[in-house]
Unconditional design. Structure first.
Length: 341
């Protein structure tokens, strides 16, 4: 398949407007009348939701963390260890991807995403600095490559990205975007369940507020990659073969299996509210949801219902605010309506 190239930075003979997601471009950022109005709207939505992790007070969480069982503490820290890696690579990857994007408004979304991933990584730093000693913090920051299960996951989950950057093609771009759908919409959602489950017991509520803010941003990122795939499919339908869909189904199955194994491993000492059965049911449901959003058949036929619907409620920005969240002012716009982009 044809290798994608990037245009020179000074390209006066380039097209007035990009012809598609990829191809020749002048990089001129002119939002009015841009080719992809959805990207302009999404960029503005993301920009308007700027927030600072340090505004969330974690003093109460510090005291509560010490009262969690050793098993719960390990689940908490191992989950952070994975999320730190995911947000760290997502602070890089979207920026690299812009080299191949012809529409500057799409690059604006990707660069804004990268900026917010930096805020998410800062949130985990804020959490660790507030909750644990320096030795523990150091250990958590090494988990991504020291924990054998996690290291293997991280090695494999970047393969679609590395494959694209080695040999950038349209098909590779589509699969990279699908890898992002899994990263943003399956790995993160599963990881958030740990913190939201604690919040359901009125524990670590400052942490939960940070997670809600991160989760809302991830909804935007998920919407971005789904929209990129839909746009690519409209512009290059030949790329979207049955073989490609089957490959994505395999990726989703593998992603779900690895996530379930990881979550079961880190909750093996017991984590009230999350059992191996509920973990598997939730992750499989997530995998089905992400495929269905792209018009691809689900891969876990039994996972037809959300097994933990209360997670969605607790994940919303104002969840439980009157009950246990008092320290920060919450005054943000509503979550992005996926049907509006
Ligand atoms: Fe993130
Ligand atoms: Fe993200």
């Amino acid at each position: 398949m044809e290798r994608l190239t990037r245009s020179p930075l000074f390209h006066p003979d380039g097209p007035r407007r990009p012809q598609g997601l990829v191809g020749e471009t002048t990089y001129l950022l002119e939002l009015t009348g841009c080719r992809y109005p959805w990207a302009d709207r999404l960029y503005r939505k993301m920009r308007d939701l700027y927030w600072k992790p340090d505004d969330v007070n974690l003093v109460a969480d510090h005291a509560q963390f010490a009262q969690l069982t050793p098993g719960e503490q390990e689940t908490f820290l191992n989950t952070l260890g994975f999320l730190i890696y995911l947000d760290s690579i997502q602070a890089q990857n979207p920026a690299w991807l812009t080299q191949y994007m012809a529409a500057p408004e799409v690059s604006a979304c990707l660069l804004t995403q990268a900026f917010f991933e930096t805020i998410h990584a800062q949130s985990y730093d804020h959490l660790l600095s507030s909750l644990v000693d320096g030795h523990t913090r150091e250990r958590v920051y090494r988990l991504w490559r020291d924990h054998p299960v996690l290291a293997e996951r991280n090695r494999t989950l970047v393969e679609p990205y590395e494959a694209f950057y080695r040999h950038p093609t349209l098909e590779g771009l589509a699969t990279l975007c699908f890898a992002d759908v899994l990263l943003e919409g399956l790995y993160f959602w599963s990881g958030f369940s740990v913190f939201l489950t604690l919040a359901s017991r009125h524990l670590m509520t400052g942490t939960a507020q940070l997670i809600r803010q991160i989760r809302r941003d991830e909804q935007h990122h998920l919407a971005l990659y789904i929209q990129l795939i839909r746009t690519l499919r409209a512009e290059a339908p030949d790329v979207f073969t049955d073989d490609l869909a089957a490959g994505w189904q395999s990726l989703a199955i593998d992603a779900a299996r690895r996530e379930i194994a990881w979550m079961c491993e880190i909750t093996r000492q017991g984590f009230e509210g999350l059992s191996p059965e509920t973990i598997a049911a939730y992750v499989e449901w997530l995998a089905n949801q992400r495929l269905e959003a792209l018009g691809i058949a689900p891969v876990f036929p039994a996972a037809t219902h959300h097994p933990l619907p209360w997670l969605e409620r607790l994940g919303e920005m104002n969840a439980g605010k009157a009950d246990f969240f008092e320290q920060a002012v919450v005054n943000y716009q509503d979550d992005l309506d996926f049907s509006q982009i």
